[in-house]
Design a protein around this ligand. Structure first.
Ligand SMILES: [Zn+2]
Length: 556
């Protein structure tokens, strides 16, 4: 990484000299800052459906990509966030899924240990990135604007720290739950019980601000979702709903407040902001158009009850985006800031027949999603039997670990050809499986496809299936992959991770004041974001990326 950075610095200095020499010819007004706003799990249709006026404004005034898609697998939070700022397919990142086999023991759990990516922290992500040796968007920004900081904010550790790792100056996420009695002065919060504070690489004005202490992990923080199917599979815990305690708002307002403080206090060039409440609500009730007032006890006078459902949460995420835009305007930064609004993946809705997991309290984490044995960021191995629908696969006795969401990815103990085919022959019979692949070197080979696909599923799968599974294929990726039919999920009612259209399709809007509005029907992918940012900012890429740069018409 150090070697790469040195090359970067030299290249940028040379580029700056060239730019200075050519200045009169370059009449366009380039941004000097970029703000990436990730609406975790947002389907493109939410913008209109939930009247997200700020997202719509950016789409209608900037460059909108209505057919944008993730364009890789696994379509997971911990994967996509680093794709956006590396320009690389997951197979080149160091981890390409919710779990990976650490073939070379980079993390120290042992050779070939199965490690769950979402349980790692910054230091581990940095090791994986350094092993693959690639620069990230933050590296280029810091080489170009050495006096400006790059910072990340979001609710979740793995989302913020994977994206920040190796290239950000600050990152702010919610820390683990602790007792309020452990606070130096417990009276700084108006409740007794558990709280979470900010964690990460914190600027002092956030670390010392008691506003960022939230109520999380207490019985009242679930708003009943832990007693209500299907939300109880992955219930609210206080990190996504806004909370009843004024001055200690949680959810997306917490994220926006931290981002506003950074904008206020820093000279910055890159700010990555992830709003996660849409993702939480989508997992609990099902993504898409299902979470409408008709499906639950809608009470227009009780915003806390509303706030665990999509209409309120989507609108609130948009309101928080509006606060960021207002702050950029107030600080005189709006005209020089490139704003991107996108999502790390979409969502599908596997209710009723489509849901293949167990519908019970907390069944999501270590029963529905994970099966087998794995290292959750520690030397102790965790284990799970998995849910009944994957029992035939587990019964082969050859599964080391299996992850099932809207795809099934399975790491085998015995990876000889015959044993892989034997397990694939079981995988293809699991409910909802439409195509089964076996890893063969640096690609996946189709083992079988199902005749039960609908015409629409077949069309999408034929156009995208092979390329999507190949984007995650590396030495540490799963030995078998099973793609699932539309509206099938194994983890929670709303889920992602696979290749389905609903899961792959994402919003993608690029905006800078004065830029030429366009609706671009090219299928922009997450991997195209970083090359496009670099091109838009006039920064020359010195290392290869998997994505391609789009041209945006900048103002003069
Ligand atoms: Zn996500």
């Amino acid at each position: 990484m150090l070697k790469r950075l040195r090359v970067l610095v030299v290249a940028v200095v040379v580029l700056a000299a060239l730019l200075a020499a050519a200045a009169p010819a370059l009449a366009v007004h380039r941004p000097t800052r970029v703000m990436i706003v990730v609406m975790d799990q947002m389907q493109p249709g939410y913008a209109k459906q939930y009247n997200m006026t700020n997202v719509l404004m950016l789409q209608n005034k900037g460059v909108n990509f209505p057919t944008a898609w993730v364009g890789d697998m696994a379509s997971e939070t911990v994967v996509s966030h680093n794709v956006m700022v590396s320009g690389l397919f997951p197979k080149h990142m160091g981890w390409s899924d919710e779990a990976f086999r650490d073939v070379d023991n980079i993390l120290g759990y042992g050779e070939n240990a199965i490690v769950t990516s979402g349980d790692l922290g910054t230091a581990a992500y940095v090791k994986l990135i350094e092993n693959m040796d690639y620069p990230k968007l933050g590296d280029y920004l810091k080489a170009t604007f050495p006096d400006a900081v790059v910072a990340n904010v979001g609710q979740k550790g793995y989302q913020v720290e994977s994206m920040a790792a190796s290239s950000s100056d600050f990152w702010v996420r919610m820390g683990s739950a602790k007792a309020t009695t452990t606070l130096a002065d417990p009276s700084v919060v108006p409740w007794v019980g558990k709280y979470r504070g900010p964690s990460g690489q914190l600027p002092t004005y956030i670390a010392s601000d008691t506003r960022f202490l939230i109520s999380a992990g207490n019985a009242t923080d679930a708003y009943g979702t832990n007693a209500t199917a299907p939300a109880w599979i992955y219930p609210e815990d206080g990190r996504y709903a806004p909370s009843e305690y004024a001055g200690h708002e949680s959810g997306d307002a917490w994220v926006a407040d931290a981002a506003l403080k950074i904008i206020d206090n820093e000279t910055w060039s890159g700010l990555w902001v992830t709003f996660s409440a849409i993702d939480k609500i989508g997992h609990m009730w099902g993504g898409g158009a299902v979470d409408t007032p008709a499906t639950y006890n809608w009470d227009p006078n009780d915003f806390l009850q509303d706030s665990i459902h999509m209409p309120w949460v989507a609108k609130n995420a948009d309101n928080q985006l509006g606060r960021l835009i207002a702050q950029l305007k107030a600080k005189g930064q709006f005209d020089d800031t490139l704003i991107i609004v996108t999502a790390d993946h979409g969502s599908t809705y596997g209710a009723g027949e489509g849901f293949k997991g167990v519908n019970a309290l907390n069944a999501g984490n270590n029963l529905n999603w994970y099966a087998g044995a794995w290292h959750a960021g520690s030397s102790t191995e965790s284990t799970s039997t998995g849910s009944p629908n994957i029992k035939p696969l587990m019964d082969t006795g050859n599964v080391e670990f299996s992850y099932q969401s809207t795809a099934i990815e399975t790491w085998l103990k015995d990876r000889t050809g015959a044993k892989k085919r034997e397990a694939a022959a079981v995988m293809e019979t699991l409910p909802g499986v439409i195509a089964t692949y076996i890893k063969d070197g640096d690609r996946y080979k189709l083992y079988s496809s199902s005749s039960a696909m609908t015409a629409q599923e077949r069309l999408w799968w034929a156009a995208t299936g092979q390329q999507l599974v190949d984007t995650m294929c590396f030495s540490g990726s799963a030995d078998l992959v099973g793609l699932l039919a539309d509206k099938v999920s194994y983890g929670a009612f709303g889920d992602h991770g696979g290749a389905q259209k609903d899961v792959q399709r994402i919003p993608m809007a690029w905006y800078m004041p004065g830029m030429k509005h366009a609706v671009n029907n090219a299928k922009m992918r997450l991997v195209d974001m970083m090359p496009t940012v670099l091109k838009t900012m006039g920064i020359k890429a010195t290392e290869p990326m998997d994505g391609m740069a789009y041209s945006l018409r900048l103002p003069k």
